[in-house]
Each structure stands twice: as C-alpha cells, then as structure tokens.
Design a protein around this ligand. Structure first.
Ligand code: 4G4
Length: 248
C-alpha cells in the first residue's frame, strides 16, 4: 500500500512515521509512506500558500493552486487516481470499521489543512471524503493524518509483530479489552488474579471474556448495542444489570 501525506510540515510527519512499528514496516517494505511538501508546488514568487478569505473574517485559508498541483503530481506517478482524504473537524468521525476499509485501498492520499482550512473548491473538485478523528479542534491536520496513517498501517499484513493483536479485535467483537498483567506476581502489595496463574486455559478464557463484558457494561454501554453477543453473554449482562439495580 502507498500512503502520501500532503502537508506544510513534512519533517514533522516524517519524524513521527519513522519510529517504532510504522518505521520498521516502512523499512521492511510493507507500506510506502511519503510526506510531500505542498509549498514545493506554489506558483507564487514569494512561496506563499495562504491568502485572506473573500468576504472578510478572521484568519487565512490555504489556496487551491498549490494543493491541486501537489495532488496532480501524485496522480501522474499513479496507475489509478488515488483516494484523497481531507483531515478536518467537519468530517465524519473515524471508526475502526472505516480504518479497515481504507486499509484495502492500494493508494491513499491525506491532505492536512492549516490556518482556517482550505479553499472550498478543493473539496468540490478533488477531495473524496472528509474525516475527523474526534470532536475537538487542532492547529493543523498533521496529527489527525498521523493517527489515520498509524491506524491503517497496523491493519496491513506483516506490520504488527504478532498477528494476534489484530485478530483480537475481531475475537472480542466490539467489546473493550480485558485487564492484563505481567511480572512480578505481587507488586505494591497487589496480586495478579489467581485464575491467570492457574494455567487452566478454559477458566482463563472465561474470566477474560467476562472481564471484557464487565468493562464494556461499566464504561461503554453504548458498544453493547452493536457487539456480537452470545446467549450466555446476554445472561451474564443481565446479572450485572440486576446487581446494579439492587445497589440503587
Ligand atoms: C480543516 C479545517 C482535523 C483542518 C480547519 C483538523 C481537528 C481535526 C483544520 C482546521 C484540525 C479533527 C485549523 C480548525 C486543521 N483539527 N478533529 N485542524 N482548523 O480531526
């Protein structure tokens, strides 16, 4: 897969995506990520990429020309027209489902906005979709693009050190993760739950699954509406609900 990031701060993006698991995935050729400087495509003699909005008002906008020419240059070296995503607070909120579908594309381009955003004609003419990483405002689209690129890359074959973590998501079908422990068995006077030290795999699986259900029930009850639940799960959740009502 190829991911191009169109930005005014390519070094910032390059630094983030050169570390850790994504950095190693790039070195090993599992993903081809390029950070492209939009400013390299300005036709302005003073290298400007922003201008004041028509109609007045606060702040500056990114001009259409450098963004368009930057995207066209990426298209020239591509077989198919790459899918262009604009990172913006006005977009649809990113979900793991969306991440999975983007990870199937051969070529993704992420556009990072700055100032007050980009000229609307860029959205009309070349942007395929707008995506937000959540309901808050940042100074630029770079961090959201890093979030999206990271989430997509870890879904690609070969990227994660163990494929297990990736399959865990489908295994736990829309529930939160169970609590985990490593050595030592007692730390600050607190013991690891006995069942995890028992070596009894069936009991361990049952405990973990119930912990996932319990956590989801307490912290994210909204997820239970769409999670894949067995008859047994529903019964377990019913006992949690009954206990909760008794306490009230
Ligand atoms: C587009 C329009 C994304 C991009 C305006 C980008 C938050 C998110 C930006 C802006 C962003 C998000 C400068 C407000 C860049 N902030 N939630 N900022 N602003 O995904």
């Amino acid at each position: 897969m190829q991911i191009d990031i169109m930005t005014l701060f390519p070094e910032m993006c390059e630094a983030v995506l050169s570390e850790s698991i994504i950095g190693r995935a790039r070195e090993r050729g599992f993903v081809d990520i390029r950070c492209v400087n939009i400013r390299d495509f300005t036709a302005d003699k003073h290298n400007r990429v922003d201008d004041a909005p028509y109609g007045g008002g606060m702040g500056m906008l990114m001009q259409a020309q450098p963004i368009y020419d930057c995207y066209q240059s990426l298209c020239e070296n591509a077989e198919e027209r790459p899918h262009l995503v604009y990172m913006s607070p006005q977009g649809k909120t990113l979900t793991q489902e969306k991440v999975k579908s983007l990870a199937k594309l051969p070529h993704l381009v992420l556009l990072c906005g700055h100032y007050e955003g980009v000229d609307e004609r860029i959205l009309d003419e070349i942007v395929d979709e707008e995506i937000s990483i959540g309901d808050y405002v940042l100074t630029g689209g770079e961090l959201p693009a890093m979030v999206l690129a990271d989430a997509v890359c870890r879904m690609l074959d070969g990227v994660l050190p163990n494929d297990e973590a990736k399959s865990l998501e489908s295994h736990y079908n829309g529930l939160l993760e169970y609590p985990q422990y490593t050595r030592p068995p007692v730390w600050h006077g607190v013991s690891v739950p006995d069942v995890l030290l028992s070596g009894h795999h069936e009991n361990i699986e049952k405990w973990r699954h119930e912990q996932s259900l319990l956590r989801t029930f307490l912290r994210r009850p909204d997820l239970l509406e769409t999670a894949e639940l067995s008859e047994k799960d529903r019964k377990f959740l019913k006992t949690l609900k009954d206990e909760q009502e008794k306490e009230e």
